[in-house]
Write a protein that binds this ligand. Structure first.
Ligand SMILES: [Zn+2]
Length: 689
């Protein structure tokens, strides 16, 4: 990229961002130098005292691991990328009002309302009162049903995380019909828990018991701050109700199974399933009444929560709804609320010692409400056309490499192969952000009204999602923002997405050696493409329909290979007594393994028959694997790691990097021998694609 003078001046003016960001920032790369070292690898991190075959992750990263530290206001740390992006995004938000862009004023007002501590203090509980009054007035089954429907939208989707929040015990939504991916259907799924997973309520591990106690204290604290009487009694009742909801929940592992989640119900059948819930009131308030079919993700869980709507006293439900209102308000309430919110959600659940400064919270919240509008500016400022072109070319090479893997596959019969290739041909690859970006013209934002703006943004999301009903499916939609540091695969839309925020060093460096970029962003592109063919993604056909397109014998062989990978990951124990869940993480682990394999293929193909250069004594394949392991380096607090192991389909980074054990090339490149800790005999290495 050619960095403009204006861009450089802005970067410098952003309060030492360049220094904070280190050489990873675009500006520092403007001269054509990679962010790290001579060709994009951090060679200073390599620890020659560790044998690669014993611990490849520490061999590659030890120099970095020994000096890196998690910032006090974060739960994890993997380098400067997150801080760099936060600063860039803050600068956009602070200056947006002056840009004259369509959404500039909204962005600026939304952001500033969250940072004005004096104003939040002065307004006190006033913005909260109408909301609390509404839930305090719930005195009938129909009023309760209406509130439960509205709370489905009582949280904004997090562009950095899963696509839907779990805001209500019965969460209404509208999504693509996975059996007929040309239409939208209303959906009902389980939700309504405050702790990260049902296991926290139901499994009596000491860490879970501690989290429960802290959670009860947190509920009481919010009630006390809002001036409720008997905060302890209310906390006990809210907790008891959440525990009942948790008992009905499906495990994450069950919920991952795409075909088990697809349960069509007519309106009449739904009434039979959800006995105890005033369904007319619920569907009406959710904006999804009068539909022919409803897709229920976890029928027994929905039935259980509907039963609770009838069996649990309305007074307890009022406390539950009041708590969820307080929880929604706390991050933008007076200081005591903000501190309580952080102490539990950041401190207890993640183990983070220090509350982030207000501007960071404001950036995250504005991203959730108006992120794609912010992203338009981010793209123009930080994602040059040359980078887009370079990444797009890599995606083409990765797609071709996947095609060759499918074609050369020895266990798949020709008819299944033809379907797999058709699916690959139909796969869309999108780089940068959603085009065109989301239309925010109907979202009203007022200066100084942090909580009201949040409620309006939640209502706007509700309208936007419900507005899909009856329309053709929009394949261009993204749930991530351009500035999001993540990448995604969507099986029903048959596409993979790479936001600009992810495409920065060390993930992607336009000046790095090809082997380094293929080991980093290449394997991520491969990972996302492979999701279309992982244990769940492979259940969707070339149109995005959940449809069994596999010959039975092929499917058996595929399942056997993936079962071996699940077993391999079940064997890892990141915390004493807490293993990786091989089934929960299977899709991600398949993505990692296949992504690594096809990216190495694509790297080789990109050389066009020429031998790769040897750099600093390292072969091309060595640089590829080192780069792969370096992009996984990270530190994480124990509580955050625990939450991840229980609820997240991704294995922790160190164990994701251990996929190299399944790659023959890694053994020869690093002279890995039998007897070394990571060694696997050739027939014990898992090969999926
Ligand atoms: Zn993934």
């Amino acid at each position: 990229m050619r960095l403009t003078r204006r861009g450089l001046a802005e970067a410098l003016a952003a309060g030492g961002v360049l220094a904070a960001a280190g050489p990873g920032a675009w500006a520092a790369s403007a001269g054509g130098q990679p962010a790290y070292g001579d060709f994009g690898l951090d060679l200073t991190a390599i620890d020659p005292s560790i044998a690669p075959g014993d611990d490849f992750y520490r061999y590659t990263n030890n120099g970095w691991l020994k000096q890196a530290a998690i910032p006090a206001d974060a739960a994890a740390y993997s380098g400067v990328m997150r801080e760099t992006t936060l600063s860039r995004t803050r600068d956009i938000m602070q200056g947006a009002g002056a840009l004259g862009a369509a959404n500039g004023r909204k962005i600026g007002d939304y952001y500033r309302a969250w940072t004005d501590g004096a104003l939040l203090e002065r307004r006190g509980l006033d913005p909260l009162k109408p909301e609390l009054a509404r839930v305090a007035g719930v005195n009938s089954a129909s009023a309760l049903a209406r509130e439960l429907a509205l709370f489905s939208w009582g949280d904004l989707p997090n562009p950095n995380g899963a696509s839907r929040p779990d805001a209500a015990p019965i969460a209404a939504g509208v999504g693509v019909d996975v059996k007929q991916p040309t239409r939208y259907v209303p959906t009902l799924s389980q939700g309504g828990l405050s702790l990260p997973d049902r296991d926290y309520y139901l499994v009596d591990a000491p860490a879970n018991v501690k989290a429960r106690d802290a959670f009860r204290a947190h509920i009481a604290k919010l009630f006390a701050l809002a001036g409720f009487d008997d905060p302890q009694g209310r906390a006990a009742r809210v907790y008891a109700l959440e525990e009942k909801i948790a008992k009905g929940w499906w495990s994450r592992e069950q919920s991952r199974q795409a075909e088990k989640r697809y349960n069509p119900y007519s309106r009449a059948q739904l009434a039979t399933l959800a006995q105890g819930l005033d369904l007319d009131a619920y569907l009406g308030a959710a904006g999804i009444d009068g539909q022919v079919v409803y897709i229920v993700a976890q029928p027994s869980s929905i039935a259980a929560s509907a039963g609770l709507a009838r069996d649990v006293a309305l007074a307890d439900w009022r406390d539950y709804l009041a708590f969820r209102t307080l929880r929604n308000f706390a991050p933008c309430g007076p200081k005591a609320f903000r501190e309580a919110d952080f102490a539990f959600n950041g401190g207890v659940l993640q183990g983070t010692p220090k509350m982030p400064e207000a501007w960071k919270q404001a950036v995250v919240q504005t991203d959730r409400a108006l992120g794609q509008a912010v992203g338009e500016i981010y793209l123009a400022r930080w994602f040059p056309p040359a980078s887009r072109a370079q990444v797009t070319e890599m995606t083409r090479n990765l797609k071709s490499a996947m095609g060759r893997r499918i074609q050369g596959n020895s266990w798949m019969t020709p008819p299944t192969k033809a379907r797999a290739l058709a699916k690959l041909a139909n796969l869309r690859v999108e780089v940068g952000g959603q085009t065109p970006p989301r239309d925010y013209s109907k979202l009203e934002v007022k200066p100084g009204e942090a909580f009201e703006n949040l409620l309006r943004a939640q209502a706007f999301t509700h309208q936007r999602v419900v507005g899909r009903l009856g329309r053709p499916v929009d394949r261009s939609e993204w749930s991530m923002n351009p500035q999001t540091i993540n990448a995604q695969s969507n099986s029903t839309l048959v596409k993979v997405m790479f936001p600009a925020g992810f495409l920065q060093p060390p993930n992607f460096d336009p000046y790095a050696d090809a082997a380094v970029n293929y080991g980093a962003i290449g394997r991520v592109i491969g990972h996302e493409i492979s999701h279309q063919f992982d244990d769940q993604g492979s259940k969707y056909d070339e149109t995005g329909a959940l449809n069994d397109w596999w010959a039975p014998a092929d499917l058996e062989r595929f399942k056997a290979a993936t079962a071996a990978l699940a077993k391999q990951y079940d064997g890892y124990e990141p915390l004493p007594g807490l293993h990786i869940n091989g089934r929960l993480t299977l899709g991600e682990n398949i993505g990692d393994l296949a992504g690594l394999a096809i990216s190495l293929d694509a790297y080789h193909a990109s050389l066009g028959g020429k031998p790769p250069p040897v750099l600093a004594g390292l072969s091309g394949d060595q640089r590829f694997f080192l780069s792969f392991a370096q992009t996984h380096r990270s530190l994480q607090r124990e509580n955050a790691l625990r939450a991840q192991l229980i609820s997240d389909p991704h294995s922790p980074n160190e164990w994701r990097a251990a996929e190299v054990r399944n790659m023959d090339a890694w053994y020869s490149e690093f002279a890995v021998k039998p007897g070394q800790k990571m060694y696997l005999a050739p027939d014990a290495r898992v090969r999926v694609w």
